[in-house]
Structures are given as C-alpha cells and as structure tokens.
Design a protein around this ligand. Structure first.
Ligand SMILES: [Zn+2]
Length: 323
C-alpha cells in the first residue's frame, strides 16, 4: 500500500545532500555523519534519519522544513535516530534538515542535509454522507473550528520523552479501504483531503493502541466521532476515529496493544470502519508507515546501514567554519 507508486515517479527520484560541519571550539574529526534513506521520499512518508559519531553526543537540536525534529539516542549516545514526517501536502522539491550536535565534552558542530520530496499521486473518492457533514449548521461549523483548533494546539504539546518502543501494531486487522490523502468529493462537492487511512472492520471490533503512550484525547468530536488520540512522545501522535465506544480516559497511560475503543460509525462516515491517522511533528503522515520496522529501528551496530540507507562517509569530514 505504502509503496504502490507509479514507476514513473520512482524512476525520476533524486536525492541531493550537502552536509557541512562547523567546529567552533576546535578542529577535529568526530566521525559525525548523518544518514538518510537511499530510497525516495514521498509526500506523507515517515523518514528515519540517523546521526552517529565516535564521540558521545549530549544533545542534537534539528529541524526539517519548518518542523522541529527529535533525535533520540541509543545506550552509548553515539547513534541517534529521528523520525521525520513529510506532510501529505509538503511542497515537492528539496527540503533541508539542519541542526546542531552538542558533544558531552561541550564542543558543538552544525550540520545540514537536504532531502528531496517527490509528489505522490492521491486518488479521488466520491463519498455520500449526511448533508449536515458537508454543509454544517453555523453552530456545528463553530464546533468543527473549535475542535480543529484544539487538535492543532495539541500537535505542538507532545511529551518530550519518547513513550513508544519497538515496532507498532495495526489497531485492527482489515484491509485499507481508503488511503491517506484521498481527494474527497462529498455529495458532489469537493471536500477536504483524507487525513488518515481507513481500515475495514465490523462494528464492535476492539481497537488496539498501536504503541505505548498517553491518551491525549478521548472524546466525541463532530467530524471524527468518538475519537482517541495517543501521544507517543517526541511529536508523534496516532488517531483512532469513528468508534462506537471509548474504553480509555484522557491522561491515562496505555501499553502497546491495549484496547482503547470499539469500531463504529460515529461522526462523518458511510458505515462502520476504523480511521487511523498519524501526526508527526504536526505533519499528516501515513500511519501504515509505522508498521514498517525498517522505518523506525535503525541499528547501525547490526549492520543495517547498507541494507536500507545511504552512507555518506565523505561527508563526515569537518570543513572550515566559513559557512
Ligand atoms: Zn477516514
């Protein structure tokens, strides 16, 4: 599903990168390198970026386009990973990952790398729903706006600690009936883009938390009906919509696989299914990408670098700090 892409796009991808290091305190080769996936990156993707150094790193601060991105370390603090979310509406072209690495000995260096984002083809879908969900009453329109503001504010307040661990699980078994980004025609009128993936499941099916985290929303919202939002920390949220019943409360800590709701058809739906969304540092990304372990588990010590990523050792050399 994630990789069902036109071959014409795959053949035209281009990855351009330019890392530089600035050593304000002293000139030395720390062996720092930033590793980004070799495969092409598309709108809606989650991209795992790794940083490594021979010297223990205290902290990495970085951004991608206008998002803050969060690196987390392995045990020896020499290998760090960040998940980068490419919004489904991100402008195709080069986007820059830039940041500062601070070593435990208090020296620091800047780095910069660019990531080429390719356009993805999104299907058009015609959907028939209750007219109130296409042209809401003034009262409901106000409610939609307030709920949208609540969620937009939420994406900026994720737990600083990483709460998720290891591979994610699919919340319900069932095939994808509508992909991320689908252009919706609602009752013959152009509607908003689909912000998640729809999974087929019958009413009453238990919905499981895709990973550990804290319940940020467990509420009935106008468009998404009974909705659970889980904060997995470091800017990563998963969203579960249209439930018939909520099984958790806001503020509750939950484990991976824990039942959080039952499948239903509340809110703007055509029938029972599970809408699964994902926000990463505010970007609307494909939740199914969370199920691809190689997107998340970068383990250089186990030799996975050559498997899925491009290693740019020539870029590890520090240059003069003239930039
Ligand atoms: Zn949906």
């Amino acid at each position: 599903m994630l990789r069902s892409l036109p071959t014409s796009l795959i053949t035209t991808w281009l990855l351009v990168s330019s890392t530089y290091l600035v050593q304000p305190c002293q000139q030395r080769d720390t062996g720092f390198r930033l590793v980004i996936p070799e495969r092409p990156s598309f709108q809606g993707d989650i991209v795992s970026v790794s940083a490594s150094s021979r010297h223990p790193i205290q902290q990495i601060q970085a951004s991608f386009a206008d998002q803050k991105i969060n690196f987390f370390p392995d045990a020896n603090r020499q290998h760090w990973t960040a998940l980068v979310g490419i919004d489904m509406d991100a402008k195709p072209g080069r986007h820059v990952i830039r940041g500062t690495v601070r070593y435990q000995d208090q020296t620091s260096a800047n780095f910069e790398e660019s990531l080429e984002v390719l356009p993805k083809e999104f299907p058009e879908e015609r959907v028939e729903v209750d007219e109130e969900y296409v042209t809401p009453s003034p009262e409901n329109a106000k409610r939609v706006e307030a709920e949208s503001k609540r969620l937009e504010a939420l994406w900026k307040t994720s737990s600083p600690a990483r709460l998720w661990r290891g591979a994610f699980v699919q919340p319900v078994r069932g095939k994808v009936t509508s992909p991320l980004g689908a252009r919706r025609i609602l009752n013959d009128k152009p509607g908003s883009r689909h912000s998640g993936v729809d999974l087929a499941a019958s009413a009453g099916t238990l919905v499981k938390a895709a990973n550990a985290g804290q319940v940020a929303v467990a509420d009935e919202l106008f468009l998404s009906g009974n909705t659970v939002v889980i904060d997995h920390g470091q800017g990563l949220y998963t969203i579960y919509a249209h439930g018939s019943k909520l099984l958790v409360k806001e503020g509750q800590s939950i484990k991976k696989g824990q039942p959080i709701a039952r499948v239903g058809s509340t809110g703007r739906t055509t029938g029972a299914h599970m809408h699964w969304g994902c926000r990463l540092n505010g970007a609307r990304v494909n939740a199914l990408a969370l199920l691809q372990p190689r997107n998340l588990d970068f383990k250089p010590a186990e030799g996975s670098v050559g498997d899925v990523t491009k290693n740019n050792p020539q870029k590890a050399r520090p240059t003069n700090s003239s930039k």
